[in-house]
Design a protein around this ligand. Sequence first.
Ligand code: ADP
Length: 320
Amino acid sequence: MIEVKNLTKRYGATIAVNNVSFSAQAGEIVGFIGPNGAGKSTAMRVITCYLPADEGTVTVDGYDVFEESIEARKRIGYLPENTPLYTDMGVVDYLKFIAQIRGIAGYTRNERIKEVIDICSLEQMMHKNIGELSKGYRQRVGLAQALIHDPPVLILDEPTAGLDPYQIIEIRNLIKEIGRQKTIIFSTHILSQVAATCDRTLIISNGKIVANASPQELALGGLDQQIMQIGIIGPHEEIETKLEHLDFVLDFKRVDSEAECFRYHVTSHKDHRTATELAQFVNQNNWELTELYKTTIDLEDVFLKLTRSESQTRGELENE
Ligand code: ADP
């Protein structure tokens, strides 16, 4: 449904999006996460035809966003970071106006307005002015405008920014519900939302995609890595020195210790026979193995690990 190939976008000397490629299938919910300034909004603006790219191509439902922009736009619903609302308009009037400028014929217009009011649970607010609504309801109106022409693709830039935890859950559930029928790309800073909402996560750092995997895969250590938890009864200094010298161990970290038992998270390549080799390693050293299993790590750890190299953006992240 969405095909992005070698997309590059510069603002003067700043490369906001740097040779990015990915695709999104029909019915897939894809989460963009990344530190501030990573290039998420810029990528979304190019996909939605708001900005031209410097290099690369983007197609939406087979239509090139540069060459066949009008056809591509018909298939896209876009909720930018700052919800485009006229606060002095009533909800229904606003939706009517949007339907009109999107070219929805008079006889289907009212039907569509009813449908999006229903999907976005706006019945109780439909006679109010947008300016009177809470931020959560305004966001629903924003979603309703993005949905009014029934596009197969929705691009939502930080749809939960500034909402309270209840509103976040409501919008998240709404996105999941809508995502059953549509392809959705949404960006967020909130890592738990990714696990709760997305089929796939793209982690973006300094204009580049540093991971493209399901939240479950990411929690297992990233794209091509796995993490084993191992418990060993033995001398921890010796264990750690020897772990450091094992070829297949990319990284390890002591997670806790209890009496004489030390527990570690050991990262290795996904395809490696890590469990067998770790068991042999413990045996050969005459230590005692208390546990050995594949484990998951916090998405936050994966995120920090994958975006860590960018000292400037890390600074921004820490300041948030
Ligand atoms: P994100 O959405 O991940 O926070 P953006 O796409 O907004 O990232 O920004 C990516 C980079 O492009 C940042 O370095 C930002 O400062 C820069 N940038 C974004 N918009 C503009 C603009 N209109 N003019 C110049 N630089 C911009």
